[in-house]
Ligand binder design. Sequence first.
Ligand SMILES: Cc1cc2nc3c(=O)[nH]c(=O)nc-3n(C[C@H](O)[C@H](O)[C@H](O)COP(=O)(O)OP(=O)(O)OC[C@H]3O[C@@H](n4cnc5c(N)ncnc54)[C@H](O)[C@@H]3O)c2cc1C
Length: 517
Amino acid sequence: MLVVGGGPAGLAAAAELGLRGVECVVLEPRAEVSHLRPRAKTTSVRTMEHLRRWGVADALRAAAPLPVAWSQRVTFCESLSGRRITDFDNAFGLTTTRDDRFAEAGQQVPQPVVEDVLRAHIERLPGVELRLGHAASTLIQDDDGVTVGVRGRGGARYDIRARYVLGCDGAVGVTRDQIGARYVGRSDPRPNFNVVFRAPSFDTQLGPAVQYWVLGATSGLVGRLDLAGTWWAVIPGIEAAYGAAHASELITALLGGPVPHELVASDPWTAHMMIADRFRDRRVFLVGESAHLNPPWGGHGFNTCVGDAVNIGWKIAAVEQGWASPELLDSYEPERRGVVEQTVASAEANMRSLAGDLPPDGPAVQLAKRPEFHSLGLVLGYSYAGSPVVESTADHRDPVDVTNYTPSTEPGARLPHRWLPEGASLYDRLGLGFSLVGPLRARGPGVSTLADLARQKRIPLSLVDSAANQPFLLVRPDQHIAARAADAADLDLDLAIGHRVPGTHAVSTTSSSASGE
Ligand SMILES: Cc1cc2nc3c(=O)[nH]c(=O)nc-3n(C[C@H](O)[C@H](O)[C@H](O)COP(=O)(O)OP(=O)(O)OC[C@H]3O[C@@H](n4cnc5c(N)ncnc54)[C@H](O)[C@@H]3O)c2cc1C
């Protein structure tokens, strides 16, 4: 297996493959992770659940400079020294109390810290090799595999032969072009200017918040990168040249007065709403930003990339280990395209009311910005219903409700989470392969029938007991429900592993309503 690119998508793919004992090489040109350009800060509840599966959730929280207990709030204000307009509490899934709906709370943490933690993790996984300073340049496919031309450290060129390639090389990588795919969509015409600065002597009387939105003559967002005086700011509508020449003035306006500070870095960027016209060509898959780009508003970008990596990661592992059919891989694009389309739409909707577009009025801000800070419906509520490897049930679906998450056992949904009486997470009971979740104690012969079938087909299946009045659920390695039945013998294992893919078709971009996810 070859993973091209070691950003969040590539590192997540390697974590998923490594967890399952699949050997892979990750090519990444950047020898060091740069901490000057923090980019993503929101690690979602769902990404934290994946990190928990990989055994690194606690390591990430320990490395995160802002503990969840420090703040779970987004504050809107006239400046960091001025009037408070309104607050959003428990934004981005941040909470210090246990919630039955998820196994992990969200975490605010700069993307470079996530990358450092994941790099350290995958380097400890047997069979995973992180090859820093190496970049892919060409990909040529034949019936049995892919030959990837690589430029190594010092410019030396060599080839790697791989059965499958995951193109995790982002917007500016080579994989998308090499398979003849292209982005379709548009860019926001407005420029944005990011700065990182040090102002150790500054504090705000507004109290702790993970983001301060300043609705003033100069509008933008400010937040702490750590508790030692390093800050970030995003200033929409500012051209790179103007921002570079006036960065100190802009910071002074956002903070609400002159504050001693030192500029550390700046980063101009543009928001894009782009989705590749296809995510795959035979043995090569586009994963993460190589397949799609969305505006950062709502903090979904990096999390969606991790979701892609998990989806293709377990499927390739199942095929490589011989217990799933290669047709299982046909479900990657239809399952992920729907999620990506929902995410791009939500991020674009959030972008319609940036700081400069909002009135300094609490109720108006609450109305406009709620889906940006409270988006569990999108983060946990996406469904793979309609996938060729998910049992087809729902005949009616409502559009996804970005804000409200309603747990569901509808096939395609993420298995509803709950805390078990002894304090463990239900998710910790699931196996590495498929899991049968249901009332095992009231088991009829159906449980043994399914377990025997799984054994014959060498499909790893764990048995997880649940309350007596619940249906039997066949849960995939990614915690999504493949099938539901009153009798375990009726669960279609063959469909779930791609043995009977009825022909690829697009997954609906809506989520199942009765259901929630
Ligand atoms: C200002 C800003 C703020 C953001 N805020 C958020 C946020 O709050 N929450 C969120 O979820 N997302 C956010 N994002 C988005 C997030 O940064 C991206 O979604 C994420 O980095 C994408 O991960 P990726 O691994 O797909 O791509 P990348 O991070 O681009 O990684 C691609 C990797 O491939 C490597 N590469 C490139 N070419 C090659 C090659 N030829 N061979 C091998 N490797 C190659 C690159 O070095 C890089 O490491 C933000 C982005 C920006 C710009």
